[in-house]
Write a protein that binds this ligand. Sequence first.
Ligand code: NAD
Length: 324
Amino acid sequence: MKRALVCGAGGFIGGHLVNRLKNEGYWVRGVDLKYNEYGNGNADEFVIGDLTDPVICRQVTEGGFDEVYQLAADMGGAGYIFTGENDAAVMHNSALCNLNMLHAAHLAGVKKIFYSSSACMYPEYNQLDPENPKCSEESAYPAAPDSEYGWEKLFSERLFLAYQRNLGITVKVARFHNIFGPQGTWRGGREKAPAAICRKVIEAEEGGTIEIWGDGKQTRSFLYVEECLEGVRRLMESDFSGPVNIGSEEMISINDFAKMIAEISGKNITIKNIPGPEGVRGRNSDNALIQEKLNWAPSHSLKEGITKTYQWIAEQAAKEVELV
Ligand code: NAD
């Protein structure tokens, strides 16, 4: 039986990944600062531990693993990443998790390790026009990410690739583009746009108003979590190391996205654009490389994924109302 270690298993994507690996027949150890809030991620063993500590990283890699998935990071949505208030924590905590876990995996003789980078590492100067952002993999340099979160991701991509070059461990680097779905953070300040907009629409009265940060003309693409994991697993099984985009090419403005979610709710909702952290003006995945290297690219529609996500958040919100 193959053994996998999932770092960040208490988080959104990590929780789904644990389930996916279990369904594929792996024995899985999860590690995180916390258990998964929504009970996702039924690992065979779950260790509560801080991966900024090299001793913990050595301990959790004991026992031998065929694969390690390093998803642990100090992260959140625009309200966490783009305000500037959490820059030191984001850089320090995430870089230490990456430095320590990668080194521990190398010392433990792990053959293959996955690292989740982000589209936030792409240069801001290619993402100024909301209609024509450029996010092909080779456009990463000259580097100019618009956030410290993006700079840390870029540093860590290079760190992983350097370990592969110098120390022989096989690495797989993916640049995720806005992953969303059920069992993700939907309130509390770290939630990302899809969940935040769903929650606002759910909380709004019929005929009510929701607030959207920025002028709403900023564009993004969003990828449903199951498709993200399909990409991760295909990358792991391939002979390609990346970095490669794992994202959707279905670009949409944030205002149109909010209208889509309002339509799913069946409510008449007015959008009010207010000042707030919004990130780059435009961003979209470029899937030419993943198509070429893995002969596959995500293809499910945004509407399909956001409908399922909306329903899940509506259920969570209803449960909270019952508890009050
Ligand atoms: P998440 O915040 O839900 O999960 C990250 C997990 O890492 C959390 O459960 C957190 O507790 C854990 N963690 C943080 N610091 C830790 C530490 N010191 N020790 C142990 N665990 C620690 O985020 P997610 O959305 O599941 O993202 C997973 C990975 O994918 C991250 O590396 C993130 O940067 C990357 N990513 C995500 C997206 C997205 O849209 N969700 C986009 C691009 C990249």
